[in-house]
Design a protein. Structure first.
Length: 463
């Protein structure tokens, strides 16, 4: 059996966790196992802050910050790496810390942080821990080696900060570069980072090491991909808001993708695509109860009796309502709006157009909303098409997800009457044509109330 195991920051928080995680690998490894790791917890955020602020820091401040990061990794080496590998492992750490320092000093001298240099800085989180974790595995008797995402063969476009794999190349290279080790070693691969065709480091977007795991898994035709997380599995709702939320034991790729997309922070939204394409089961495994089966994500869209599997809430979003009688019957307006946003790297989370065609509503991340308004105004600046753009900054999207909704009549009616009964006003509605998701927008302050009402209507009551 060939499996990919991925461990995130929560698994690599400190030396105790690192050791625990290495023992999880030891206990659950199969004949062929690949490990993907993300940075130690908090390191990517730290690197991000540093990169942003380095221009205003002096040399000794920069050195001190790098030293702190180095120190955290050094403690892990001291506590978890066997004497006979310590020196080798520390050399790797010294080397990388020096490179990080030089990179930051370079940015500070130039006085400019480009997306490309930001990715380079961010890459150090994973590049530091992967070799250390590999040495920890060796220290507990597991033959291992470490590779960066690009050494492992992941080639992406040059969309720094949100790079996409170039599949034709990646498929061939990953096989060529990783498969040969699997007979007798466990490769530890850095999540999140890759390189473009010119060999420049790219990242796959925050939280992207899940994506690395599924890219590697799909290139190597893994039998299963296990994403170890700090949670019990995918849940029917956020347990912080709904204490009676339940673990979802089985869910389809499509449903899980909808949940990831709409706020279940547990999964990177793109991560399931490569697995789905090859039909490789993905498991969300509880790190602290690794025997548990967690949540299994496969292709079967079992039409179970539960119509709704889960309800996700995405907060920190804003809605835009674009008006103008000039939009009626004029083809291409929506396309131009979407293009203007795409050009500015603004992701649209939800769209709806009234049939009178005098308005288009969209939802974007709250942090993008000002740039979105500007981009749309700029696109139509000398035309009399758009009269007004209304903006509501404090909204949330609720997404009701379940393959059982498909072809079941009256689900939308039940959703909206439950929300209405709870006294919550709905601002915008959309249903994907896949029918596995009904999503709608409410004031953010009402979103927990709406969530509770829906969980009660569709999930809690079915016990
Ligand atoms: N370390 C990266 C991040 O924090 C990637 C990941 O955690 O998956 O975004
Ligand atoms: Mg991380």
């Amino acid at each position: 059996m060939r499996i990919v195991m991925k461990f995130g920051g929560e698994a690599l928080r400190d030396e105790e966790r690192v050791l625990y995680t290495a023992n999880v690998v030891k206990k659950f490894k199969k004949e062929e196992t690949i490990v993907v790791v993300s940075a130690m917890s908090g390191i990517t955020d730290k690197l991000y802050d540093l990169a942003r602020n380095v221009i205003n820091m002096n040399e000794s401040e920069i050195r001190r910050e790098v030293e702190k990061i180095k120190r955290r990794h050094e403690i892990v080496i001291n506590k978890c790496v066997h004497e006979k590998y310590k020196e080798e492992c520390k050399n790797v750490l010294n080397n990388l810390s020096e490179k990080l320092e030089r990179t930051l000093l370079g940015i500070s001298y130039v006085g400019e942080l480009t997306p490309r240099s930001l990715d380079l800085v961010l890459s150090f989180g994973e590049r530091l821990i992967a070799p250390i974790f590999s040495y920890v595995l060796k220290s507990i008797g597991i033959n291992s080696l470490h590779l960066t995402g690009y050494e492992a063969g992941i080639v992406t476009d040059s969309n720094f900060g949100r790079a996409n794999p170039i599949w034709e190349k990646t498929k061939v290279l990953v096989r060529e570069r990783v498969e040969k080790y699997l007979k007798d070693r466990i490769p530890v691969i850095t999540g999140y980072i890759a390189a473009d065709e010119k060999g420049r480091i790219t990242t796959l977007g925050r939280g992207g090491s899940d994506y690395t795991a599924t890219i590697i898994g799909s290139c190597l035709d893994a039998d299963e991909i296990w994403l170890f997380k700090d949670v019990k599995g995918l849940m029917t709702a956020d347990p912080k808001i709904i204490p009676e939320a339940k673990i979802i034991r089985k869910i389809s790729y499509i449903e899980a993708m909808e949940l990831a997309y709409f706020g279940a922070k547990i999964l990177h939204p793109k991560a399931l695509e490569p697995a789905m394409e090859k039909n490789i089961p993905v498991r969300i495994k509880p790190l602290f109860n690794p025997e548990d089966e967690g949540t299994l994500i496969t292709a079967e869209c079992m039409k179970s009796k539960d119509i709704v599997k889960a309800i996700a809430v995405k907060k920190n979003v804003a809605s835009l309502n674009i008006f103008g009688a000039g939009m009626v019957g004029l083809p291409g307006i929506a396309a131009r709006i979407f293009n203007a946003l795409a050009k500015n790297n603004i992701n649209i989370l939800m769209i709806s157009q009234g049939s009178s065609e005098t308005n288009i509503s969209l939802v974007v991340e709250r942090e993008d909303v000002d740039r979105a308004i500007e981009a749309i105004k700029e696109e139509f600046k000398n035309e009399n098409v758009i009269k007004n753009i209304d903006c509501n900054r404090n909204v949330a999207i609720l997404a009701v997800v379940g393959a059982g909704m498909k072809g079941t009549k009256g689900v939308a009616a039940r959703v909206f009457s439950a929300v209405a009964k709870a006294g919550v006003n709905i601002l915008m509605i959309s249903q994907g044509s896949s029918e596995v998701n009904i999503s709608f927008v409410v004031d953010e302050k009402d979103s927990d109330i709406a969530l509770r009402a829906l969980h009660k209507e569709f999930i809690s009551q079915e016990d």
